[in-house]
Ligand binder design. Structure first.
Ligand SMILES: NC(=O)c1ccc[n+]([C@@H]2O[C@H](COP(=O)([O-])OP(=O)(O)OC[C@H]3O[C@@H](n4cnc5c(N)ncnc54)[C@H](O)[C@@H]3O)[C@@H](O)[C@H]2O)c1
Length: 267
């Protein structure tokens, strides 16, 4: 990408977030972003797109000369393609629970180091993690607590009876973030983001509370160290697994990474 040339963004996943990001890129050319390709496991999701933008096989993504590939699909995409993408362009996975696999994460960082590419960690649903990142050597403890209505959670890994069996606030998990990621891969990407920004998957503690009285999703982050104590709380209404706020946050992450023509940038 050179000055004046749009940054080419490859999109993997054309669901709720992917469709939103596609619309933002294609309706705001002044930002200097263009679609390199769109890929999705479901052909149905791609049928209304211009055929030249559709990529059936993510293994062929390099031919579309992307500057950044954004995964908005499933942790499997990072498992299967994360390293390959980083060999030739920057990569921003949203399904960050995939990186709780220490071997995969390390391999991806090594590939990025050799290729001169960058693994972007979008803050997504987790606000305030820039401050956690800036002082990551200084925290004695970081705890993430998520409270959600059980009907907005995928509980299949921990209970057979479904969300209606939970009738009062219930702690579903308390322990290291590395262990919660494979149990609730679609619900705890924000926990993974906090771990990646701060003291890692083993030292970051996660709590997940199902509360059937809630009509909002709440994420609390507490970080304690000798220099400071941070307490961050975010509460937002839900739409499916992701909320509208999350859509805006992820779009801003992409803009901070690659957009031009933005007159003010928070950094
Ligand atoms: N980091 C964060 O804070 C954060 C926040 C919200 C969502 N997420 C994650 O982002 C992802 C997208 O969220 P969404 O709300 O748009 O989901 P969604 O279900 O609306 O859309 C997912 C899309 O990905 C496609 N897909 C699924 N598996 C695929 C695969 N292996 N290869 C290619 N395409 C595949 C589906 O067909 C679908 O179109 C989810 O994994 C979600 O957990 C992360």
């Amino acid at each position: 990408m050179s000055a004046g040339t749009p940054a080419r963004i490859g999109l993997v996943g054309m669901g709720g977030i992917g469709s939103y990001v596609y619309e933002q890129i294609t309706t705001q050319p002044q930002l200097g972003l263009e679609i390199a390709f769109v890929s999705d496991i479901s052909a149905e999701r791609l049928k209304d797109l211009p055929p030249e933008l559709v990529l059936d096989d993510p293994g062929q993504a390099r031919e579309r000369r992307p500057d950044l590939i954004v995964e908005m699909a499933h942790p499997d995409v990072t498992r299967q393609w994360g390293r390959a993408f980083l060999e030739y362009c920057d990569y921003m996975p949203l399904s960050l629970t995939a990186l709780a696999d220490a071997q995969l994460h390390e391999a991806m960082l090594n590939t990025a180091g050799t290729a001169g590419t960058c693994l972007y960690i979008p803050h997504g649903a987790a606000v305030g993690i820039d401050s956690i990142f800036e002082c990551r050597d200084a925290w004695d403890e970081v705890v993430v607590t998520m409270k959600k209505n059980p009907r907005n959670m995928d509980l299949s890994a921990v209970m057979q009876r479904g969300h209606k069996a939970i009738t009062a606030p219930t702690v579903l998990f308390e322990g290291p973030t590395r262990e919660i990621c494979p149990l609730f891969p679609r619900n705890v990407n924000s926990h993974a983001a906090v771990a990646l920004a701060g003291i890692g998957f083993d030292r970051t503690r996660s709590r997940l509370i199902a509360d059937p009285s809630l009509d909002v999703s709440i994420i609390e982050i507490v970080a304690r160290g000798p220099a400071a104590e941070l307490k961050i709380e975010r509460s937002n209404p839900l739409k499916g697994v992701s909320g509208i706020y999350t859509y805006r946050a992820i779009w801003s992450c992409i803009c901070r990474a690659k957009a031009r023509g933005v007159r003010t940038q928070i950094c």
